[in-house]
Design a protein around this ligand. Structure first.
Ligand code: ATP
Length: 133
């Protein structure tokens, strides 16, 4: 018998990153990881910057997302993220440069740096680099 599937859509303000029939997906909820099989009960949750892990046809692939929301309904999982990239879309040197920039801002003694913004940028950069390892 064919494996049950559900539709996974990952959308950002800039583009549709993914629209695929998949088996199982794990997303980085703000209070911890959430896993969804087809026919999951309806749910909406905020997401933090982290990795989405997808199982499709017995294989796994991963997508880095930069915070957002997930909605699950009628065997459809929709992720609305500020940004999302598959491993092959990530520019490693750009992420390394963003990481160095954020670290430098956080270590500076200047009072006019926006700490929350620099920390969020650092998390996005580390997350992208994590997906490449
Ligand atoms: P940077 O400072 O390098 O712009 P950022 O974390 O501020 O990094 P975002 O605002 O999260 O960037 O993303 C802006 C756009 O650039 C999004 O479309 C995102 O997918 C893309 N993007 C950001 N960093 C990378 C990267 N290292 N490789 C590929 N795409 C990236």
């Amino acid at each position: 018998m064919a494996e049950k599937t559900q539709r996974l859509d990952i959308v950002t303000p800039e583009r549709k990153v993914l629209s695929e029939d998949i088996g199982f997906v794990v997303v980085p909820g703000v209070a911890g990881e959430l896993g969804f099989l087809p026919e999951h009960t309806p749910l909406v949750s905020a997401l933090k910057t982290g990795i989405v892990r997808v199982q499709q046809d017995g294989k796994e692939f991963k997508i880095a997302i930069s915070s957002g929301f997930v909605e699950v309904k009628n065997s459809r999982v929709v992720i609305l993220a500020d940004a999302a990239e598959r491993a092959d879309q990530i520019d490693k040197s750009r992420a390394e440069a963003a990481k160095a920039r954020a670290e430098q801002r956080l270590s500076s003694s200047s009072s006019d740096i926006d700490v929350a913004r620099a920390e969020a940028a650092l998390k996005r950069a580390i997350n992208r680099l994590r997906l490449l390892h």
